[in-house]
Write a protein that binds this ligand. Sequence first.
Ligand SMILES: Nc1nc2c(ncn2[C@@H]2O[C@H](COP(=O)(O)OP(=O)(O)OP(=O)(O)O)[C@@H](O)[C@H]2O)c(=O)[nH]1
Ligand SMILES: [Mg+2]
Length: 302
Amino acid sequence: MDIKGFFRKALGKTKDLIAGAFQPELPEEVYAELEDRLILADAGPATAAGIIESIQSKKPATVETLRGHFRSAIRERFSNSAAPIFALAPPTVWFVFGTNGAGKTTTAAKIASFYKSQGSTVGLVAADTFRAAAIDQLRVLAGRAGSEFYAMEEGAHPSAVIFDALSDKTIRSCNLVIVDTAGRLHTKTSLMEELAKMTKSCEKTAPGALTERLLVLDGTAGQNALVQAKTFHASLQLTGLIVTKLDASAKAGFLLAIRQDLPGVPVKWVGVGETLEDIAPFDPDAFVDGLVGSGESVKVSE
Ligand SMILES: Nc1nc2c(ncn2[C@@H]2O[C@H](COP(=O)(O)OP(=O)(O)OP(=O)(O)O)[C@@H](O)[C@H]2O)c(=O)[nH]1
Ligand SMILES: [Mg+2]
């Protein structure tokens, strides 16, 4: 699937919801209708109002011009860079955090598979030691992704796993090491502190290696995902977001709210299914096409 097709699949449900506002005639109520639909798609009232205001001020005469202004308003929100960050010298270490079941383990393996297919060596580290099943899940996925794998026993201290993994010759010699962590509620302060300790353990063991602190968000969570992102960011200084399960969501509008509330934390990857191939780096143009339908953006100066 090409990148545009991927994002069409990811955003189809949300687009169906929003695009209903674009009727061939441009009635008086179009702005209220579009605003309502944005809110239904979980963009949040403030973000929806901001987008509508910016479109309305341009006084579009036709529905196609209106759609063009809408595209521009969305595209502007994704203008900062979303490219993944690598360390100056290998290994690069990325952490994945998130609430229970958000898709962390699957996503870690998907990213491993993505870079493996580009010729990199990747190590997956099982720092979710709560359940033996979590370790086994990552072991199986690492096998499928063609990655190295590192785990200790169930119940091991996650910071110790990171220290040992990064002291291990095979893991240390990988280009990229992805650390899978246990799911946790963002409201549990002690568990959030544990994540901060894990990142410190990494910084001590492999200085300069940790470049990405990625929060995995369940795309069906809508506005709840926004609350999670704010809390995780406050504790962990996130470098990026990964949004999963968009294929099953009509609430992708929350990504617009996240751009408004957390402008320094770009979306870096998007997941649309359960297989290792169901992931793509975030592409702002494909995102806009997926959400609004293809067409020309109207220049801001018009
Ligand atoms: N449809 C869909 N399902 C997904 C996606 N990503 C993950 N899943 C599914 O979501 C479920 C949970 O995925 P995991 O990767 O185990 O989630 P996790 O965050 O590691 O879960 P815990 O470790 O238990 O907190 C699995 O059934 C995955 O197959 C996605 O992008 N789309
Ligand atoms: Mg997991």
